[in-house]
Design a protein around this ligand. Sequence first.
Ligand code: PMP
Length: 392
Amino acid sequence: MQASHRISHILGGGSDGWGVFTKARRMIAEGTKVTELTIGEHDIGTAAPILQDMHRAAIEGHTGYAAVPGTNALRDRVAARVARRTGVPTTRDNVLITPGGQAGLFATHIGCCDAGDTALFIDPYYATYPGTIRGAGAEPLAIAADPDAGFQPRAADIAAVAKGAKSLLVNSPNNPTGVVYSRATLEGIAQVCADHNLWLISDEVYDTQVWKGEHISPRALPGMADRTLVIGSMSKSHAMTGSRCGWIVGPVEMIEHLTNLATHTTYGVPGFIQDAAVFALDQGPAFEAEVGEPFRRRRALAHDILAGQNAVTLVPSDGAMYLMLDIRSTGLSGEAFAEALLEAHHIAVMPGESFGRAAAGHLRVAMTVDDNRFAEALSTLCGFARERAEAA
Ligand code: PMP
């Protein structure tokens, strides 16, 4: 029996880009100590009071089917939070609760694109993007953001391929680069969406992790609320990755369609998880800042370490839990460098190529181990890059 073309081509014939990660995990399983700076997951777990509230909700009986679009309490919290942070009037009818941001990415592409339609996205990109688009039956088309322009996408480059496309997916603060899109970048993107009648899917799962400047949601730009679908999540802001709780915010009519889709796919998110998310959101911005604090601290450490050398260049970035390092001076690809670093020093980082061609010759470093280990690993990485650059 054969699997459908759609599902057997999710990876598009390429690799999933997780080779170094898989190898590191194998080494760990075999007993080698590896410093993993690979996946985007906090080194702390979900805070105990959130888990206690989850337990309370379950024991009190919120274990049956929950309302498919989400509980009113959580939808109201998400709507109020989005309205407060962006100034855009938002009610529960604009909100669908999803099992994580990833499910939101898939659902929005189903919602915007018919089979075979073109769905645009920016390279470098979060590794699941093209597969999510293919899984939804659409054709992914990447638009490269130039490393030498700070990885801020250019409106003209998007406009050049936008004719006939249905959607554009953007992500700020960005995974893998950490770049926060400027107002000018987002205004350019909004203009292209208006000119070419595109849906804008705005992945804002890192919206609380902005270390300098401000996060701008493109939904707040003039005329954009009607064509923007925002993806949000409890994963990064509240260290709740395993709880699988996220949302889509958008126009009421689209949220109704997406609720129909949810009825026929996920059938909603467990009630006790949603109650814990309400509890977590009620802890307010101070708690969110606390969850992000280790990344802010390590980013400052990294700036100090990188300032003292010149084999590695840090891509200027202001958000998320990642650093993007330019290692082109070594003459190695990101893949070759990451493989060699893992072999020689048991430090695992992600090759830029895992996130698209635009990030070739770069590494993504997740700031997800304790400060001392992080600083030591980064210093070792810089020393290794210097040796390689001198040999080049
Ligand atoms: N978008 C981006 C940019 C991400 O980095 C991630 C997770 N790494 C997600 C979406 C999905 O997150 P989740 O499903 O846990 O909400």
